[in-house]
Design a protein around this ligand. Structure first.
Ligand code: ADP
Ligand code: MG
Length: 341
């Protein structure tokens, strides 16, 4: 036991909470990780014919999670959001580094955080291979590494005119949870229980990303809102799109809300970590098979159209097939922006 008079030092802390967990997963480690925690750098040995995908995501207290958030869920989410980025390109997880700033050494907090972190790390065979630990306002920054056969990464730039637009799972529940926690919406306790895991405990669509590698023409993960994120595909692919608002997949819980709320949260809610991808129409059968194999709904929500003039336009259609006016469309396209006023 460490009393307040002999707090755990930085190196003991790393050893006890991070290196121990990483060592425990050694059996999962592939030869790709030539050296893990303990030296100045970790060493990766890339497999011939594969590219390494690298992504970072940071979680900051008060900005990405509420003060006093459950550390086990935080450990899960910090890695999940990075695995979601790997998934969006079709990469298989290899390992990750963890840079963490802690306001103080709280052993209970650290143990619980590590529990959530290593549970998901083990689930996806993605070992912790290094990091940095410092004192400061609670900040968790993870960099994840993945591997993809050379040239097979699903980029945002590959969508083609005529492609279908697909989305995995359902969208809008993380935003509905946030609305309930902020008392913007009065959500019955039972409803909140049905959906809150979508905000706190997101599932990265790693298997899906790998399975659609040979099928999707473009993909990204939905972290800032479906339609806002979809516009990144349109810009980089230099195409336009039509999306049917009525076809956005929503949970039964979200469907109890007013139509306005349903549309707003599903279209631009954010924090969903689903994969939006485009694919040629002749792949519909293959995609339905993947959906069945993964027991994960994959829903067609629209199609890629030709860019007219210089602007990549996202047109929204209501359930009667009528085009929404520009003001309504703009409201639904707004994606989350940390620097927006
Ligand atoms: P250096 O000062 O050379 O950068 P550190 O003293 O920061 O090294 O870290 C020592 C070892 O512990 C390194 O291998 C580093 O990657 C690892 N490490 C430090 N913090 C963490 C952490 N939060 N999670 C995993 N590994 C860590
Ligand atoms: Mg060093």
């Amino acid at each position: 036991m460490h009393s307040k008079s002999s707090p755990l030092g930085e190196f003991d802390l790393i050893q006890r909470f991070f290196k121990a967990g990483a060592d425990a997963m050694r059996s999962n480690k592939e030869k790709v990780i030539a050296l893990g925690i303990g030296d100045d750098c970790a060493l990766l040995m890339p497999v011939a014919g594969e590219e390494i995908a690298i992504t970072s995501d940071m979680l900051i207290e008060g900005r990405h999670f509420l003060l006093g958030a459950n550390p086990e869920l935080l450990g899960h989410k910090a890695l999940a959001v990075n695995l979601s980025d790997l998934a969006a390109m079709g990469a298989k997880p290899l390992g990750f580094t963890l840079a963490i700033a802690l306001p103080k050494v709280d052993e209970v907090w650290l143990g619980t955080f590590a529990k959530g972190l290593f549970a998901i790390a083990n689930q996806y065979s993605c070992p912790l291979i290094g990091g940095d630990t410092t004192a400061g306002p609670l900040t968790i920054s993870i960099t994840a590494f993945g591997s993809i056969p050379s040239g097979k990464a699903i980029r945002r730039s590959g969508a083609k005119v005529g492609d279908d637009i697909w989305i995995s799972g359902t969208v809008g529940d993380a935003r509905l949870t946030l609305a309930a926690l902020r008392h913007e919406i009065n959500l019955p306790e039972d409803d909140l229980k049905q959906i809150e895991h979508r905000m706190h405990n997101p599932t990265p669509r790693v298997e899906l990303g790998i399975k659609i590698r040979e099928i999707a023409s473009a993909a990204l993960d939905i972290s800032d809102g479906l339609l806002g994120d979809l516009q990144h595909i349109l810009k980089q692919s230099e195409v336009s799109a039509e999306v049917f608002l009525g076809q956005l997949p929503k949970s039964a819980t979200l469907q109890k809300q007013s139509e306005d709320i349903q549309h707003q949260f599903a279209a631009s809610g954010g924090d969903d970590y689903e994969i939006c991808f485009t694919a040629p129409i002749e792949k519909r059968g293959a995609i339905d098979e993947i959906s069945a194999a993964l027991n994960l709904p994959l829903t067609r929500i629209g199609s890629i159209t030709e860019k007219v003039g210089v602007i990549e336009k996202l047109s929204l259609l209501n359930k009667n097939g009528d085009l929404l006016d520009d003001v309504k469309t703009a409201a639904l396209l707004k994606s989350f922006d940390h620097f927006a006023k």
